[in-house]
Design a protein around this ligand. Structure first.
Ligand code: SF4
Length: 72
């Protein structure tokens, strides 16, 4: 099996990745999906997909590097 050397960098470098715990984060590329209504808490009903920090997909967008705006 060949490995594609041109695949995008991993999720942890993507602008849509929001880290949640070690090596796991939520992908915010698209709106959350319905996750069921078994919980009485409304915000539990909709979830962003969880992805590994080392995963990747074709929707990757490099996270912007934030510079020091203080000028210090
Ligand atoms: S690379 Fe894809 S799956 Fe990973 S955070 Fe970005 S958009 Fe989501």
């Amino acid at each position: 099996m060949k490995i594609n050397a041109h695949r995008p960098p991993p999720c942890e470098g993507c602008t849509y990745y929001q880290a949640q715990e070690r090596n796991i984060g939520a992908c915010h590329r698209f709106p959350p999906s319905f996750a069921g209504d078994s919980s009485p808490i409304d915000f539990h009903h909709w979830k962003f997909p969880l992805v590994s920090a080392n995963n990747w997909c074709g929707e990757f967008q490099a996270a912007a590097l934030v510079g020091d705006l203080t000028g210090a």
